[in-house]
Design a protein around this ligand. Sequence first.
Ligand SMILES: Nc1ncnc2c1ncn2[C@@H]1O[C@H](COP(=O)(O)OP(=O)(O)OP(=O)(O)O)[C@@H](O)[C@H]1O
Length: 398
Amino acid sequence: MRQRHDEKKKKKKKKGKVGEVRLTSFSRQHRRVDVIFNKVSGRRKPDADSDIIQSTLQRSFERVVTWHTTEDKCGKAVGEEAIADGATVLIACGGDGTVTGVATAIQKRVEEEGDGAGDLMLGVVPRGTANALCNALDIPGNVKRAAEMIATGCVRRIDMAQVWGTEGKKRMLLLAGIGLEAETVKGAPRAMKRALGALAYGVAGIRSIWKQEGFEATVIMHDVLDGKAFAKGQLEAKEMRLGGMVLKGVTVANAAPATSVLAQGVGTVRPDDGLVEVVCVASQTPWGMMRTMLLMLRSALLRRRETRGTVFATRARRVSVQCDPPQRVVVDGEPCGTTPVTVQLGARADAVRVIAPKAGAVNRRRRHLSRALIRLWRNARGAALLAVAIVALRRARA
Ligand SMILES: Nc1ncnc2c1ncn2[C@@H]1O[C@H](COP(=O)(O)OP(=O)(O)OP(=O)(O)O)[C@@H](O)[C@H]1O
């Protein structure tokens, strides 16, 4: 009896959690890592970062090969070259554009070769401006710590969607933004990102709130499956059509941190559930939009659905968006033509294996912190209202 119990325990230990593989023997299995380096991403010094990454990885791997992207040869093209050369662990060092490019090269090979593609894996060392994927997966933001994590992390499977737009087909790890999000990305060119860092997106975002005109949108969703839709219960529908709405933005997200505010509203953006989060915002005035965005941020921090009339948020497997007049589209921070656009998660949706810290612990800490902050804000607001009331009462008496 005791023996059987021990055997069961051993098996459990071997298997680990579903979707997570501990990488204790990872650096011994994989002797080579390939670094795909984008030297123009972000604001950090490329040579210094390259040295840190090289020396850190050399401690765990026998061979570290570095490849450089160029203006015409992006993460995807360089990733394909590295895979053809025998790379199995590809580390994308750059912004979200570079990460999606390398992930696209990996998924393309997996689709072509199936099991023959072997153990292809994506690692990320963030060097970009927003580094949204790293924030969403709790990958350290520090270059050295992210490189160290490559040898000690877990492998998480995350979905990768396909996007069909006016400029053809593209892959998506993070999100497709239509309207407001696309205006924000356009309003933050590389020179501005170099000067202001992540603040560039904040400045561009506020400017686009005032600039973005409302547009008439038709959103068609297939396989809508949402556990707490409209806070009323399970919502399941083969097809759902929202038509004739005047919106300021539509976001279709696969993975997004809380700072990608326009992707929030469902409560959590799950990168591994085979569904995308669809969020439509309809606030018509700039101040109304600012308020709506604060509510969306709250929804992300508290992991609670936003049910106000100006936000519609749900989950589906396939989404098509048409706009009148046509609107700009960005996919993972890169321009991708205009609407109409369709986003879909396919059967091989879980093909991308990303090296990331064990999910859970960091999220739990973050949730506690955000709850504490909101409690503090409520108390401070209550105290301020009380003080104003006391002053008004005193003045009235005098
Ligand atoms: N050597 C290079 N010279 C000029 N541009 C390059 C070079 N390598 C890549 N690029 C361009 O960099 C872009 C991708 O940048 P990436 O998204 O990785 O960084 P970022 O824009 O600084 O970060 P973020 O997406 O977080 O704002 C692509 O459009 C690609 O054409």
